[in-house]
Design a protein around this ligand. Structure first.
Ligand code: 13P
Length: 255
């Protein structure tokens, strides 16, 4: 059975103190309330990560992730953070290819292929994001866009390496807008992604790949989304900034 994951992307929110208290609340609620095998991942700003790993130690269902990493091992890249640094403080996951990084920081599929390689080399698990803009969906190009994002940045991997990825489908038009993809729209794309993985690799690889949905996911709509056969959890932005909402989303997998 593939892994169910509810990951929070705090983006550029919460100062150090706020971040520690939010995470502590999440850990306590997870310990008290989660009864399934679902994994909760908190992807926080870099400066929080070391402390969050310490706070989460011993809570099997909680992992810590970064929101980005540089594509080189080390060197003269002022202001950047390497995957080796993330590993050295106990970080387990890294979000790669978030649409905000593609849009505001010019990240391309080619660059993301390099970031994916170095993350896997250091045994950091990528949560690899793909998704179309509103214009791309309205012009009927969304399947082509998603296919090329996946193919150009990840299909060079061996099946063994690809199996280490978590994929997140985040339609750009649903991020931070309050407009969620309907469960049918999301399921349609998730099934397409799984089919493309099966064509490139093998049905067994596709069947084991965790594919998350992201975009205005909240405690009200999560049950219907996660009930879809190809939706294995969520990548949560706004709602991950409230411990109650975030853990309620993760609790969908209790039943
Ligand atoms: P929202 O849940 O705020 O729409 O953000 C989704 C997202 O971008 C998660 O990475």
């Amino acid at each position: 059975m593939r892994k169910k994951i509810v990951a929070g992307n705090w983006k550029m929110n919460k100062d150090y103190k706020e971040g520690m208290s939010l995470f502590s609340e999440v850990v306590n609620m997870v310990k008290d309330e989660l009864i399934g095998n679902q994994q909760v991942v908190v992807c926080a700003p870099y400066i929080h990560l070391h402390s969050l790993v310490a706070l989460g130690k011993g809570t099997r269902q909680v992992s810590v992730g970064a929101q980005n990493a540089h594509q080189e091992e080390s060197g003269a890249f002022t202001g950047e953070i390497s995957v080796g640094m993330l590993k050295s403080v106990g970080v387990e996951y890294v979000i790669l290819g978030h649409s905000e990084r593609r849009q505001y920081f010019g990240e391309t599929n080619e660059l993301l292929a390099k970031k994916t390689d170095i993350a896997l080399k250091h045994s950091l698990k990528p949560i690899f994001c793909i998704g179309e803009t509103l214009a791309e969906r309205e012009s009927g190009k969304h399947f082509d866009i998603i296919k090329s994002q996946l193919a150009e940045a990840t299909f060079h991997l061996s099946a063994e390496d690809f199996a280490k990825l978590v994929i997140a489908y985040e339609p750009v038009w649903a991020i931070g807008t309050g407009v969620t993809a309907s469960s049918n729209q999301a399921q349609e794309v998730h099934a397409f992604i799984r089919k493309e993985i099966a064509i490139q690799y093998h049905q067994a690889v596709a069947d084991e790949t965790t594919i998350l949905y992201g975009g205005s996911c909240n405690p009200k709509n999560a049950s219907e989304l996660f009930a879809q056969p190809d939706i294995d959890g969520g990548l949560i932005g706004g709602a991950s900034l409230k411990s109650r909402d975030f853990v309620d989303i993760a609790k969908v997998f209790n039943s």
